[in-house]
Design a protein around this ligand. Sequence first.
Ligand SMILES: CC(C)(COP(=O)(O)OP(=O)(O)OC[C@H]1O[C@@H](n2cnc3c(N)ncnc32)[C@H](O)[C@@H]1O)[C@@H](O)C(=O)NCCC(=O)NCCS
Ligand SMILES: Nc1ncnc2c1ncn2[C@@H]1O[C@H](COP(=O)(O)OP(=O)(O)OP(=O)(O)O)[C@@H](O)[C@H]1O
Length: 200
Amino acid sequence: MTVIIGLTGSIASGKSTVAKMIQSYNLPIVDADQVARQVVEPGSPTLLKIAEVFGQDVISEDGTMDRAKVGSLIFHDESKRQQLNAIIHPAIREEMIRQRDEFISYGEKNVFMDIPLLFESKLEHFVEKIIVVSVTEGVQLERLMERNDLTEEDAKARIGTQIPVKDKEALADAVIYNNGSLEDTALQLQNILYEWNVLK
Ligand SMILES: CC(C)(COP(=O)(O)OP(=O)(O)OC[C@H]1O[C@@H](n2cnc3c(N)ncnc32)[C@H](O)[C@@H]1O)[C@@H](O)C(=O)NCCC(=O)NCCS
Ligand SMILES: Nc1ncnc2c1ncn2[C@@H]1O[C@H](COP(=O)(O)OP(=O)(O)OP(=O)(O)O)[C@@H](O)[C@H]1O
């Protein structure tokens, strides 16, 4: 029996950073953000549907989705965000299940699923165990503004669309506190992996 482990947290809390550490152990991981990019490839039915609803100018000249434009539309408008979710989430879910099942068919003992909106989208049933990557609000805001080159207002709007990370901590089987150094985070991850017999 394969044990599915969910990796979640809040925007810019460090999920991708921890996901890379998991990959460095050669452990299999399905990445929802990556799948979300895959399903809107140029010419894909999902991207065509998004352009139908949000306007053709969300498609750039090279055929890719203009992510900054879509982001600026949906993170300030709850109904638009719900509209996008309704189009894109079923496609993301289907592809994530496909990738997960492929890993299971290889006989993997554990499969990780990095799902930013695990709680918001009520996907807990997908996973048997949950790791939440957490940061304090100040660090989160700072890292998000820096990484995405956002104003404080835009960064706060994005954070505000998600369940507060403190609430997610309460629902986790293990929490990684990612305020400190990368070494400290890697050590916390390693301890969890040994404790859960993912690593021997
Ligand atoms: C809006 C989009 C185009 C912005 O792209 P951008 O490259 O700026 O951000 P990226 O995709 O790297 O997402 C960064 C983070 O934003 C947060 N986020 C993304 N979409 C959403 C959403 N619909 N609701 C709340 N938070 C979201 C997540 O924490 C995610 O990890 C993109 O995030 C998207 O297509 N979102 C819809 C799909 C989705 O829900 N993805 C997240 C989980 S699967
Ligand atoms: N321990 C750390 N020390 C310093 N910077 C960090 C640390 N962890 C992550 N970062 C930086 O903070 C930013 C957010 O981290 P990361 O991209 O891993 O978050 P995320 O949770 O995957 O974000 P998102 O939900 O937006 O996909 C990145 O620029 C990353 O390089």
